[in-house]
Design a protein around this ligand. Structure first.
Ligand code: AMP
Ligand code: ZN
Length: 113
């Protein structure tokens, strides 16, 4: 997807502060952090949102979770962090390439706004 911001990060066309990368996923620090630790884990494959994920994406999406948990642990927030996947504009999605937010380093409120 040539006009997708996160595909550009995957391709290296736009720089990002990366924590982790392998053949399937990439993780990088959020440019506008909402917590002392705030990073994103995304699949390299372009999927516009969770509402467009398919059965065949199950393993890849599961990997986002396990990579997120491992990186959270490495960042010292492994036992207290929040994962968020915003789906759709009204739910706060602004980048239409599926991504999981991982936030930690402060206490969180519930329900979210
Ligand atoms: P969402 O609003 O759930 O779609 O999340 C998109 C996130 O991407 C926001 O938290 C933004 O701050 C973040 N973001 C946007 N552009 C960049 C970028 N170039 N590098 C890192 N994070 C970004
Ligand atoms: Zn994309």
């Amino acid at each position: 997807m040539s006009d997708c911001l996160f595909c550009k990060i995957v391709n290296g066309d736009i720089p990002a502060s990366k924590l982790y990368e392998d053949d399937d996923v990439i993780a990088f620090w959020d440019i506008a952090p909402q917590a002392p630790k705030h990073f994103l884990v995304i699949p390299k494959k372009h999927i516009s949102g969770l509402n467009k994920a398919e059965e065949a994406d199950q393993q890849l999406l599961g990997k986002l979770m396990t990579v997120a948990a491992r990186l959270a642990k490495e960042e010292g927030i492994g036992d207290n962090f929040r994962t968020v996947v915003n789906t759709g504009e009204e739910a706060g999605q602004t980048v239409f390439h599926i991504h999981m937010h991982i936030l930690g380093g402060r206490s969180m409120q519930w329900p979210p706004g």
